[in-house]
Ligand binder design. Structure first.
Ligand SMILES: C[C@@H](O)C(=O)SC[C@H](NC(=O)CC[C@H](N)C(=O)O)C(=O)NCC(=O)O
Ligand SMILES: [Zn+2]
Length: 349
């Protein structure tokens, strides 16, 4: 074999193609030939052959580049999610008697009625209640559908959490007003926090948690999930939430994860509960969704899809009011609506 001859095996089988090996081979061939060190081994490296190799390598490279640029785009979107300005805005659920619920929430739970809107053409009324203005607090959005006085809460919805400075005093007030107490004040089983459970007129459970002063008394939405690690990964990657705490309770056969956009004692959080061995729940027709603010509903929807979530309402403006939203489901089928931050504030004006 003549000195300086380099045999460069080029596999042309698509399965064997790798960008490096083909480019490497072409470069060696071209380099060696141009340096006149290499007389192609008995074969002229025909222009056609090189073109074929190059075009295929360009195709491979093209596909590889496309794949890598797509991967980069996906990575960029998921990185963007972490930087997006997000906040839990409100939780939406249906009630059978709007005035009855407003009376209970204001007189027994100390909430303020923030606003009401009646949509007669759609035959429903909304009322927003909470512990502070909507531009800085997580609030409740009640929906009353004309003529519907009862809903099925199902087994998947858990509770709303309200932080109070004195659980027993709050419970006594609720009792005096005729409210239902389903769990008397005392330390949580397996823990120390003093809690109690009460039910509102529709049967929604509220956990009262004894805490010091907090900017966000409406502090939890508890939903049950069938696979906690799957849910945590989705809420972190698709929703950009932080896993604030995870607590396993083997004695009571459940695990909870707290996820949100800031510390648990100062922000509303999602409390996801996994009961050992329970993978499916009945979602009923009472609880609707949470709403989260975002700077870009389009990128948000893309991130949800990338993480395997289902976008049930493509991103874009709502007819008439032009607020940009997108709606999606998490792996357990719980709904979240993302609302454009600027449009949301305009709605409040
Ligand atoms: C952390 C605090 O906000 C809680 O909500 S923990 C309260 C605790 N939760 C559970 O037991 C969850 C599992 C249960 N099987 C379910 O699906 O709800 C609770 O409710 N404790 C009851 C008590 O009396 O302490
Ligand atoms: Zn809770």
């Amino acid at each position: 074999m003549p000195q300086g001859l380099i045999l460069v095996p080029i596999q042309c089988d698509d399965n064997m193609y790798s960008e490096d090996s083909v480019f490497g081979a072409i470069a060696e061939l071209e380099g060696a030939v141009s340096d006149r060190k290499l007389q192609p081994f008995g074969l002229r490296t025909s222009k056609l052959f090189k073109e074929d190799i190059r075009s295929r390598s360009v195709t491979v490279a093209g596909n590889a580049t496309q794949a890598s640029s797509t991967a980069t785009t996906h990575e960029n979107v998921l990185e963007w999610v972490k930087q997006d300005k997000r906040r839990m805005l409100h939780v939406v659920y249906r009630v059978g008697d709007m005035d009855r619920t407003i009376k209970f929430y204001t007189e027994c739970l100390g909430m303020k009625l923030l606003r009401k809107r009646d949509i007669p053409e759609e035959r429903y009324t909304n009322a927003f209640l909470g512990y502070g203005p909507e531009d800085s607090h997580f609030v409740i959005e009640l929906t009353y559908n004309y003529g519907v006085d009862k809903y099925d809460i199902g087994s998947g919805f858990g509770h709303f959490g309200i932080a109070v400075e004195d659980v027993s005093k709050t419970v006594d007030l609720i009792k005096a007003k005729g409210g239902k107490v389903s769990r008397e004040p005392g330390p949580v089983k397996g823990g120390n926090t003093v809690i109690a459970f009460i039910e509102d007129p529709d049967g929604y459970k509220f956990e009262l948690l004894e805490r010091g002063p907090t900017p966000e008394p409406l502090c939890q939405v508890m939903l049950r999930v069938g696979d906690l690690d799957r849910a945590i990964e989705f809420y972190e990657k698709a929703y950009g939430m932080e896993l604030l705490r995870k607590k396993d309770n083997p004695e009571y056969k459940y695990t909870i994860a707290m996820l949100g956009y800031g510390p648990e004692d100062k922000n509303a959080v999602m409390e996801l509960t996994y009961n050992y061995g329970v993978t499916e729940y009945d979602k009923g027709n009472a609880y609707a969704q949470i709403a989260i603010g975002t700077d870009d509903v389009y990128k948000t929807a893309e991130a949800v899809k990338l993480c395997g979530g289902k976008v049930t309402r493509e991103p874009g403006p709502l007819p008439g009011i032009n607020t940009k939203i997108t709606a999606c489901l998490d792996p357990d089928g719980w709904k979240t609506v993302f609302v454009d931050n600027i449009d949301f504030l305009k709605e409040l004006e």
